[in-house]
Design a protein around this ligand. Structure first.
Ligand code: ATP
Ligand code: MG
Length: 408
């Protein structure tokens, strides 16, 4: 019963931790990439400024000596590109020049595709008349840096995966510890409900028996006393039913293994329908049973009987005079579908989700007259689930249709 809650808690815990971890990894990566890129830009700027300062000019144009050799230039990974004011390349040194057009107004350019490069544009100023004569574009391959980022990504992803596995294992332990007190108190509550319902049976039987005995000799009592005794007998009857229902639910919750046997469902339903014929007739209802062949089922016959009793009882209770109730069973694949359809008052769409809740009843004004407690469908659902099946309800234009799917 607490399995789902435990799993939901664990998933929520893992979800929160994964989000925090992702934010942390993204922040670390962003800071690292930013710092490393800035370092390269600073290095290229220093190199570019040194070279640009020693550039020659003639008539306002850059002059580069053919045998120029720059000491700090790593020709395999870097390149220098002199560009005049019109954007024409005058001279290149080194192997790594950008294939992008010289965007001289941008001081930093990045070429993301292979070969991945970064370049810094340094303005070259004629020191005599202080006019701009061109640019020096200093480029460097980003392959080494990208390799470092790739290793960082692998490290972060691997670390995050290991952290998530460890947190998951810790989470299983923590959720188990956190749920234990709740599970224990729930167990105690179930035990209390079972014990209380069991203990209430005998005094209730005694009250019922005593009032019935008293009613057998009404001559010696006033007519009002007789009415009182009848009311006592009715209330005792209702309370016995309620305690019986609570006891069944408590036992179902505790998942006590009931004995399973082979059940002839066709026979069981036929018998049940015959049993309810008198009650249906009393309310002027048509109650019919339809089935294809003999359907066999594995389960607890007492519980299966209780399940369909509750559904047929409801159909009779909530169908006004003149209505029709159809009980049908058929084999569909590996399971048996039993439908209990009626032409009664139906259930409002917004109430369908509550229909199987314990003590839930549609607005009391309309269901008051049945005197029920709202446990019938909760019991039906528990029984169906204990048998590995499913119960659903649909309400078309008229009445309701309960479908029970049970594995064979
Ligand atoms: N066939 C039906 N048609 C219309 N409403 C229904 C039908 N079956 C159940 N309901 C609604 O669902 C509610 C819950 O049903 P459930 O059988 O659990 O309780 P109950 O019949 O009120 O009491 P009891 O515990 O005695 O069965 C009912 O009060 C009724 O409002
Ligand atoms: Mg009912």
């Amino acid at each position: 019963m607490f399995q789902k809650t435990r799993l939901r808690l664990l998933l929520a815990y893992l979800g929160i931790f994964a989000s925090i971890l992702s934010i942390f990894a993204i922040a670390v990566r962003t800071v690292f990439v930013h710092t490393m890129t800035n370092q390269v830009v600073d290095k290229l700027t220093t190199l570019g400024q040194t070279v640009a300062a020693s550039s020659g000019f003639k008539n306002g144009r850059i002059q580069v000596a053919d045998n120029l050799s720059v000491r700090d230039l790593d020709v395999q990974r870097q390149a220098l590109q002199w560009i005049d004011i019109k954007g024409n390349t005058i001279y290149i040194q080194g192997n790594r020049t950008l294939s992008l057009p010289a965007a001289i107004r941008e001081s930093i350019q990045i070429q993301p595709s292979k070969p991945s490069l970064i370049s810094v544009n340094i303005p070259i100023v004629d020191t005599y008349n202080r006019s701009l004569v061109g640019y020096l574009r200093v480029s460097q391959s980003l392959e080494d840096l990208n390799e470092t980022f790739r290793k960082l990504d692998i490290g972060l992803a691997g670390g995050a995966a290991i952290a998530l596995i460890l947190v998951g294992m810790g989470g299983i332990f923590l959720t188990r510890q956190a749920m234990r007190p709740i599970e224990n108190s729930f167990d105690r509550l179930q035990q209390f409900t079972a014990d209380a319902s069991h203990e209430l049976r005998s005094p209730l039987m005694a009250i019922k028996a005593s009032s019935q005995v008293a009613l057998r000799y009404p001559e010696g009592m006033r007519p009002t006393d007789a009415e009182e005794f009848k009311a006592i007998a009715r209330s005792a009857e209702r309370m016995s039913r309620l305690t019986e229902d609570l006891l069944i639910l408590a036992r179902m919750d505790k998942k006590l293994k009931a004995t399973w046997e082979s059940i002839n469902l066709t026979e069981l339903l036929q018998h049940l329908v015959t049993q309810f014929q008198a009650q249906a007739l009393e309310k002027n209802l048509t109650l019919i049973y339809q089935s294809s062949g003999s359907l066999m089922l594995k389960g607890n016959s007492e519980q299966i009987l209780r399940l369909f009793t509750n559904l047929i009882e409801n159909a009779i209770h909530y169908t006004p005079s003149g209505g029709k109730i159809t009980v049908s069973a058929s084999l569909i694949g590996q399971s048996i579908d039993v439908k209990v359809e009626d032409t009664g008052i139906g259930i409002a769409p917004d109430q369908l989700e509550h229909i199987f809740d314990r003590f839930w009843r549609a607005d009391t004004s309309r269901s008051q007259w049945t005197g029920g407690s709202g446990l019938g469908l909760a019991i039906a659902k528990s029984i169906v689930e204990a048998h590995g099946g499913k119960i659903t309800v649909t309400c078309e234009l008229v009445g309701s249709c309960f479908t029970v799917k049970l594995p064979t």
